[in-house]
Design a protein around this ligand. Structure first.
Ligand code: HEC
Ligand code: HEC
Length: 148
């Protein structure tokens, strides 16, 4: 099994600046994030989006992809601080003025996941959408993505 850090150079996904704290960008290591952000989908790891995207998401939880994912102030602030601390400032392939809200819209993601996979996700009730990483990658929460 290849760790995502290997993939990173392979897929030219390399982050411009690595996070402080020695925390892994490819799995969620903050317990509040793990519990509060995994009710409706797996808790996505901070490395998949740039800082500004996490801020935009965390500042608009009441209107979250059609759901109300609001949290109390303390939890919201803790999660926001964690994601921003570990996320890269810039993500290669993403314009520095773009604020993508979806991993599944990023160019590398679309490159790795073509229409055949999209159809497979949509036609399988156990998967549903491409946002359901764990539907295909059983090791996703541990940062493994080549095990499907
Ligand atoms: C009440 C349910 C709910 C909760 C709680 C929730 N989300 Fe979501 N989230 C959604 C839905 C619905 C989508 C869209 C999924 C889809 O298109 O299949 C989504 C999508 C996302 C995406 C984009 C996924 C993609 O397609 O690339 C991100 C990033 C995200 N959520 C982050 C978070 C974070 C961070 C938290 C915790 C603060 C959180 N979510 C909590 C419902 C939720
Ligand atoms: C419908 C199934 C499916 C879904 C859903 C899915 N993937 Fe994938 N993913 C694949 C397949 C198939 C590949 C290409 C084969 C491979 O490398 O294992 C792939 C490749 C990848 C790779 C490159 C792996 C490598 O080693 O080169 C990453 C990273 C990845 N996916 C992340 C994600 C993330 C993050 C999500 C959720 C936002 C997701 N995937 C959702 C099926 C899926």
């Amino acid at each position: 099994m290849k760790k995502l850090t290997t993939l990173v150079s392979a897929a030219a996904l390399t982050v411009a600046s690595l996070p402080a704290l020695g925390a892994s960008p490819w799995m969620v290591e903050n317990n509040t994030t793990k519990s509060e952000c995994s009710d409706c989908h797996m808790a996505y790891a901070p490395g998949f989006l740039p800082e500004r995207s996490w801020l935009a998401i965390m500042n608009n939880l009441s209107d979250h992809f059609g759901e109300d994912a609001s949290l109390g102030d303390a939890a919201r602030q803790e999660i926001s601080n964690y994601l921003v601390a570990v996320a890269p400032k810039e993500l290669r392939g993403v314009s520095s003025i773009a604020v993508p809200l979806r991993i599944t819209d990023l160019r590398w993601f679309r490159g790795e996941h073509g229409s055949r996979l999209r159809n497979r996700a949509e036609n399988n009730p156990n998967i549903g959408t491409m946002s359901n990483c764990t539907g295909c990658h059983r090791g996703a929460e541990r940062g493994f993505f080549d095990d499907d």
